[in-house]
Design a protein around this ligand. Sequence first.
Ligand SMILES: Cc1ncc(COP(=O)(O)O)c(C=O)c1O
Length: 355
Amino acid sequence: MTRTNTLSLFRKSILGAAGYTPGEQPSSPDVIKLNTNENPYPPSPRVTELLRAFDPATLRKYPEPTSRALREAIAARLDLDAGNVLVGNGSDELIKLLINAVCEPGDSIAYPFPTYTYYKSSADLFGVRTIEIPFTEDFRLSAKFAENSSPAKLIFLCRPNSPSGTNVPLYEIEKICASNEAIVIVDEAYVDFSEDSALSLLFVHSNLVILRTFSKGYSLAGIRVGYMLAEKEIIAEMNKLRDSYNVNSLSQMIALAAFEDEPYHSECISKVTKERSRLSSELKKMGFRLFDSQANFILAAHDGVAGGAFYNALKTNEVFIRYFAHIPEYIRITIGTPKQNDALIEGIAEIIAPK
Ligand SMILES: Cc1ncc(COP(=O)(O)O)c(C=O)c1O
């Protein structure tokens, strides 16, 4: 048993924080897992080839410290310089690094609500305050973001937003960047499924930072690789803080192999977006209200059944979806394969109108 005075050595912000609660990761292969927005398709076959040919002897050495080959490939594709790219151990690492690099305890970050809960969980750990500015009912941004009225040093805008899947218009992001001193972080974890991106605004506003990940569009949540795009000066400061070998060598190689297989990537994306349309119309037919999703998930509510009831009933049939206590009428459903989506539709139909 830890002595009480040992725990008192920890920072108060750590002791007082709840910590982030990740979505459930059930181990049974029979589970239909539509709860954490993973891609239902396997990674590129080039990843399989790479792993088959992989020589474990190379693991003896430390990884390339800056993920150079991957940064160069990303920069070339996006018409940037490799100095504008920072690779992280998942984009979650980069979110935490940004807060740690910019905010002193007592400083603030701002974001619309509801959004990705990791921004708040991370801020809490550093004793950083959170300013939550509610979205309108239909997930539009409050005008407050462009008023420069908050003391926030960082503004997080998740686009497409989780859990709604909605995109705020790019002109609003531009307005927010122009009117705020804060660094504006557009979290594009789901951009692969979206019709547009904030990339065109990157050097128009030097306070804009973009975060992306290999976890969703590239089916590589397990290797933990995300990246940040920003002005070189911002990347240079962040580089001082990150762990010198923050991305392991195998993950760097796997991410690069998947990134280079663009035909496979775009084929997976179009399969998912096609299913997004089908599932949306099936849910509407069953009486759900939904938002126009630009991501690989759908946020939906049904007037007759609460979110928690769907969540529990589907779980007993090994179909996992996401339910959030702070928006209890809704469920968030990750788009699966056609077969998985059929099982979900069947499960939901049974809950709404039991036979
Ligand atoms: C909006 C958003 N940003 C970032 C992440 C984290 O991504 P990564 O797996 O790269 O850490 C997630 C993961 O679910 C997410 O939903």
